[in-house]
Design a protein around this ligand. Structure first.
Ligand SMILES: CC(=O)SCCNC(=O)CCNC(=O)[C@H](O)C(C)(C)COP(=O)(O)OP(=O)(O)OC[C@H]1O[C@@H](n2cnc3c(N)ncnc32)[C@H](O)[C@@H]1OP(=O)(O)O
Ligand SMILES: O=CC(=O)O
Ligand SMILES: [Mg+2]
Length: 543
């Protein structure tokens, strides 16, 4: 077992050792991770508890409100930190899990940025998170290579590559394979600190910086926590203040009511905000799960042209540009459809429409999930954004007066089409397939010609739960959505598969969809099943 002990901190690595842990979990690196974890753990826990308190208020019928008279909104003089030269132009960003081939393909994809993701698209097995860090270390040094054992194809980096951003796990996720002073470490700090520790010198030598994306924040206090982690980390490593930069994913409904306050807290390290549309929808359903007037139609109706999503986009663009920083667009979940040219043409056309809407609204760049979409998105942004970004050229005035009510307004769907038996079985199929893959260590899957990850699958999970608890019937056949009906559909789907983790996934999904409480996160429920421990004889075992 790897261990680091000093007077102030004791770090104990329970995860099995592998090539990555041997290289990266050095005493100095563990000391850094341990000090940050121990310093900020009480605040992390307090903020997670605050989420729960707030959830009780929402459960009782409350809705969020803009913060009255905050310094952040009152003071018109402040701006976010100036944009560094190497990230002035972020018009197309590709995202993906941290495995070796993906990292190389993402960096070579022709996009401006590759966001290496420890969150929505990674199942945080010990192997994934530690090898992911090794892959990033090698990518930063440009020594990364990969040979595909199946076909012998060799992967190396092109001369021209995307700028690397890293998305650590959200505040709610633990790293159970590491104990700091006897307590489980924060997954966020583990991912953030290891990447920073091993790469800040090399990144700066190459004219870049440690760039991050920060997921799933629910309030400006959570942004302040990240800011303070950055300050402490920079002080410890002797880095100038503001060396670390981060784009926050604005992907919870509560955060949308605190946009300026969030930017203000992190202004010296800010690289703007991104519309994390999928988690945003998940958060909307979760926070208002008991509100009768916010029963959500199937997720296929919750598009970017709905009132709530349009209002969110407009408000975000206006406030980011007002404060001199990026307003990034979001992910269209479509991926190329192989072997059906016509269907692929239609799907790519939808992606193009989505990107066109984004650039016209004033976004400074956008996300794609697959290398084949880079050229589609680039074409749209190149044609409609002739400057590196629109921060100063487009004030997004349409978003200056978005009322609270608009952020909460669901679309009106014609009776009979909002929630159908097809939607129900399709949604169950998504949650099951995603959970099954996640339990096998795969955090993002292609399904029905779209990518499904922890954010998209959560929309289905939360809304099926909501439909059941609010006593909804499917509108095509008038049948009530009951626990028994859900269990039957799960049973039928599981029976169609053998092997893998289908039985376990079936059990966990049934529990999640039929219990009285809505679990906060699918990934937290499933995490205990992917934890491995180091036995004294050196082999890995489930904890
Ligand atoms: C809501 C959110 O949080 S969005 C952000 C999180 N989600 C993501 O990042 C999604 C990332 N996308 C993916 O993981 C993948 O595209 C999937 C799982 C959806 C589909 O993957 P695959 O089935 O492997 O796609 P496909 O077979 O078409 O891939 C073709 C090639 O592109 C590569 N590729 C596919 N997606 C990516 C990506 N996002 N980044 C880098 N390379 C990629 C594949 O590795 C493959 O490479 P190869 O030809 O050298 O073998
Ligand atoms: O992380 C992105 C999202 O849409 O969720
Ligand atoms: Mg997300």
């Amino acid at each position: 077992m790897i261990e680091f002990r000093s007077e102030s901190v004791h770090v104990c690595v329970l995860g099995p050792s592998n090539a990555a842990t041997k290289e990266l979990l050095t005493p100095d690196a563990l000391r850094f991770v341990g000090l940050l974890c121990s310093q900020f753990e009480p605040r992390r826990q307090a903020l997670l508890a605050a989420r729960k308190t707030r959830a009780v208020e929402f459960d009782a019928g409350e809705v969020p409100h803009f913060i009255e008279n905050s310094v952040a909104a009152r003071d018109l003089s402040w701006r976010c930190a100036p944009v560094p030269e190497d990230v002035q132009d972020r018009r197309v960003e590709i995202t993906g899990p941290v495995d070796r081939k993906m990292v190389i393909n993402g960096l070579n994809s022709g996009a401006c940025v590759y966001m290496a993701d420890f969150e929505d698209s990674t199942s945080p097995t010990w192997t994934n998170v530690t090898e992911g860090q090794l892959n990033l270390r090698d990518a930063v040094r440009r020594t990364i290579s990969f040979t595909n054992g199946a076909n012998g194809k060799v992967y190396t980096l092109n001369d021209q590559i995307a700028t690397l951003f890293v998305r650590p796990r959200g505040w709610h996720l633990d790293e159970a394979h590491v104990l700091v002073n006897g307590k489980v470490a924060s997954g966020s700090i583990f991912d953030f600190a290891l990447y920073l520790f091993h790469n800040h010198v090399e990144l700066q030598k190459n004219g870049s910086r440690p760039y991050y994306y920060l997921p799933k924040l629910e309030s400006h206090r959570e942004a302040a926590l990240w800011n303070d982690v950055f300050v402490a980390a920079q002080q410890y490593l002797g880095l100038a203040m503001g060396t670390v930069r981060a784009t926050i994913l604005l992907e919870t409904i509560t955060a949308a009511f605190e946009i300026e306050e969030i930017l203000y807290e992190i202004r010296d390290h800010s690289l703007g905000l991104n519309c994390g549309r999928w988690d945003y929808l998940f958060s909307f359903i979760k926070k208002f799960k008991y509100h009768g007037d916010k029963l959500t139609p199937d997720r296929s109706h919750l598009t970017m042209t709905t009132p709530l999503m349009g209002a969110y986009v407009k408000r975000l663009i206006h406030l980011c540009h007002k404060r001199g920083t990026f307003a990034m667009g979001g992910m269209s979940a479509a991926i190329p459809i192989k072997n059906d040219e016509e269907a692929n043409r239609v799907a790519m056309g939808k992606v193009e429409d989505d990107k066109l809407r984004e650039v016209r609204a004033g976004h400074d760049g956008t996300w794609v999930a697959h290398p084949a979409l880079v050229t589609v998105a680039l074409r749209v942004f190149n044609e409609h954004m002739r400057t590196p970004n629109q921060i100063t050229s487009n004030p997004g005035t349409a978003g200056s007066a978005v009322p609270e009510s608009e952020l909460l307004r669901l679309p009106q769907i014609p009776r009979g089409q909002a929630i159908t038996s097809k939607h129900l079985s399709h949604g169950i199929g998504i949650v099951l397939a995603y959970t099954e893959a996640w339990l096998r260590g795969i955090g993002c899957i292609p399904l029905h010609n779209a990518m499904e990850d922890a954010a998209t699958a959560e929309i289905s999970r939360a809304q099926i739960w909501q439909w059941r608890v609010q006593g909804t019937s499917t509108q095509d056949d008038g049948q009530l959505i009951t626990s028994q009906r859900i269990a039957d559909l799960i049973g039928q789907e599981v029976a169609r598969h053998s092997g893998g983790k289908w039985n376990l996934a079936g059990r966990l999904v049934e529990e999640m969809l039929t219990k009285s409480e809505l679990d906060d996160f699918l990934t937290s429920v499933c995490y205990p099943y992917i934890i491995t421990a180091h036995e004294s004889n050196g082999t890995a075992a489930r904890l």
